[in-house]
Design a protein around this ligand. Sequence first.
Ligand code: NI
Length: 135
Amino acid sequence: MAGLYRFGISLEKALIDAFDRHIAAQRYKNRSEAIRDLIREALTRRKFAQGGVVAGAIIMTYDHHKRALVDKLLDIQHDFQSLIISTQHVHLDHHHCLEIVAVRGRAREIEKLAYSIKSLVGVKQVGVSIATAGR
Ligand code: NI
């Protein structure tokens, strides 16, 4: 692979043993892959904290029988239309819906959208999962 760099890391035995158990449980093929992921996660978290552009998903569960909730959710999603790439709706049971909103944009805007959804009566839980936008 072009542009691949190697470097050594010094760690305490207990820490490397714990790391090896962790990467075996996560089914990594080798330490390099696991460390690469840790670095990417740290950089994405930093980018998110600094308000950079990230991709991600807002996951919510709500009771669609709550008065006007679906209309409010749709209004909010239209307000943040430039942020939203796609949505997936799943009917969990007679009352509950699961919705996954894929987003790409500034971290602060993603947070604003998540907070707007969280504030609605009938929304049971909202989670935000962040990934690199690719750059
Ligand atoms: Ni539904």
